[in-house]
Design a binder for this molecule. Structure first.
Ligand SMILES: [Mg+2]
Length: 304
């Protein structure tokens, strides 16, 4: 499924009549948002990102070109396709529009067949590229985010927390004696074990900014932003216990008869110089200690 049932369009035009005409063309099978000026359009894009924007070029104050430039300058909004709707229709105007980041032009008065076809084409392209981008960030075995996604989110959250002064916890989690598990139960059972462990992690990491990712092999990475220092250990203890609660038998484990995990945690209040590598290396060191101390443990290191 690449296309949502009702794609969301934003129609921006300073003339309400023009909006009404567009709305009649699209309202049956699209969710239509409307704005009559550039400022309002940008605000809607931030609050309820549409799948595509139909943008009037000439508007008082913030014109369409400037709105488009600002959308393209915002990493969170730059993938949103913008089609300019213009009465000018000169080559020069089109050139400036494409330079601002538009994907297409439609001239006024709009022809319903043409505008529907163009919108349909660009929505299809948009959903296909969303799908590809998402696939590039998902681990094929477990369906949770992959290491690439983990790295991106970690750099982003370090910057956000450095600005806000919030603390952040990062954990690297390793399934204990996983090689012995695979040797005894076979790789299909090993795959199933990893899927169930990832499900347990997701069940604990429920806040919108929490991220659980497959880091590689039998390792998982967790990013928990804006967590207060007192909550870090209880949080990851709950996570560790959620894996024991799966009660996946592990007969050949020298430490416990069920599958367990070791958890290495780094707690940090980042500053502008904190790098993802610093944080992950420190979490890795904690993980190593958890393994040395007998596994099925959380070990925390704190950076002041
Ligand atoms: Mg206008």
């Amino acid at each position: 499924m690449t296309t949502p049932a009702r794609p969301r369009l934003l129609i921006v035009d300073d003339q309400p009549l023009n909006i009404r005409v567009m709305n009649e063309i699209f309202c049956v099978d699209h969710e239509v948002l409307m704005a009559t000026n550039g400022t309002e359009a940008l605000e809607i894009c931030r609050r309820h990102p549409p799948d595509l924007v139909l943008l009037d070029v000439s508007m008082p104050e913030l014109d369409g070109l400037e709105v488009c430039r600002r959308l393209k300058a915002d990493p969170a909004l730059r993938d949103m396709p913008v089609i300019f709707v213009t009465s000018g229709n000169t080559e020069e105007e089109e050139t400036r529009g494409f330079a601002a980041g538009a994907v297409d032009f439609i001239s006024k008065p709009v022809n319903p067949v043409v505008v529907r076809a163009r919108v349909h084409t660009h929505l299809t392209l948009k959903f296909q590229s969303d799908l590809l981008r998402n696939l590039a960030y998902v681990d094929g075995l477990t369906g949770i985010p992959n290491r690439r996604r983990f790295n991106e989110v970690l750099s982003h959250e370090l910057r956000v927390c450095a600005r806000s002064g919030e603390g952040l916890a990062v954990a690297i989690i390793d399934v204990d004696h996983f090689k012995l598990f695979n040797d005894y139960y076979g790789h299909p059972a090993g795959d199933d074990c990893l899927r169930r462990v990832s499900g347990a992690l997701l069940s604990v990491m429920r806040r919108p900014r929490d991220l659980a990712a497959r880091y590689g092999g039998e390792e998982f990475g967790c990013i928990v932003p804006a967590i207060s220092p007192d909550h870090v250990i209880p949080f990851f203890e709950k996570l560790r216990e959620s894996v024991i609660d799966l009660r996946i038998p592990h007969e050949t484990s020298p430490t416990f008869p069920f599958v367990t995990v070791s958890v290495g945690i780094r707690q940090v209040v980042p500053n502008a110089g904190t790098t993802p590598l610093d944080v992950v290396s420190a979490a890795d060191e904690s993980l190593y200690k958890a393994k040395q101390q007998g596994r099925n443990k959380c070990v925390l290191s704190i950076s002041q």
